[in-house]
Design a protein around this ligand. Sequence first.
Ligand code: CP
Length: 362
Amino acid sequence: MLNHIIDLELLSFSDLQEIVQLAGKIMKNPENYSEACKGKILGTLFYEPSTRTKMSFQTAMLRLGGSVIGFDNPSNSSVSKGESLKDTIKIVSGYADIIAMRHPLEGSAKGASKYSSVPIINAGDGGHLHPTQTLTDIVTLHNEKGRLNHLTIGLCGDLKNGRTVHSLIKTMSHFEGNKFVLISTKELGIPKYIKDIMQEQNCEYVEVPTLQEAMPQLDVLYMTRIQRERFASMEEYEAQKGVFVLDREKLSLGKEDLKVLHPLPRVDEIAENIDDDPRCVYFKQAIYGMYARMALILLTLQGAKYSYSRGKIIIDNSGCVNPKCITHTEPYMPKEFKEKGGYLVCEYCDTAKKPGEKLKEK
Ligand code: CP
């Protein structure tokens, strides 16, 4: 069985602990790992722009003694000639030993994994998930807070489209005693399926309208960018941008041992004049991300067996109701769902629908 890293939720505690611990060991003695992946090749397929994820994956593989191939602009590849995701993956998985892929459509990593002969790592699939950012975040929390449980975690900004937020909540809700404070506008609130996950895990969460209200209780504040590229129109984006800005005054309401994280890039949601406050660890976070990815690449290539639990798959050819799901642009992908609480949940993008419900034509 191949170990595709699509959704961290499918990894056990001990899997996560192993990754966090190995990242720590590599950080301490990088020279011990400088040839650990000698002769291996990482393919980086970035259908969407990236600085940190792409370069930290590339640097991670180079620091492990391996090599890197790939594209960071699909218009320079045969994707621009209409090549399907399936064909691209079939070819690249013949060249590389492991693939990190970022794509603007939700469920794309899961779709790619169906056609790959090597492990696929989801480096972000639209507004859906970003599991290696979550690994970055938990390695950061482990090192900066000393624990992954009993934390009150504030998440602020675009909680609707923020894939890093979705992945982080899904993972942290499994650790005992974590509580979430959700700070967003109504329009950019957390999706229902993430609320369902918190409820299933008996995980306490509250929704608050302002940073000021949230700050005093937080151990961690996870700021996010309002994602312009996910809005249907500039008007909708303009109405949401600049609502939440962490500045000196608001930071002064926080605890002394608060840690402020941000997956970056930022636009204007964190004032630059607080960057030197020791509580702001977002630049360190990006460095932890490189070590997290080194650990993940190494363990995956060593054949770590992650415990995926696949439920019964149901085929419903009426398809997914999410217009951003990969199954609409790559229509050969089987229309797979799982049954959950009377709903059919898309196997690719996790969108729930009522049986028989169809995508509404525009
Ligand atoms: N955090 C993150 O995913 O950054 P990039 O978009 O630059 O990769």
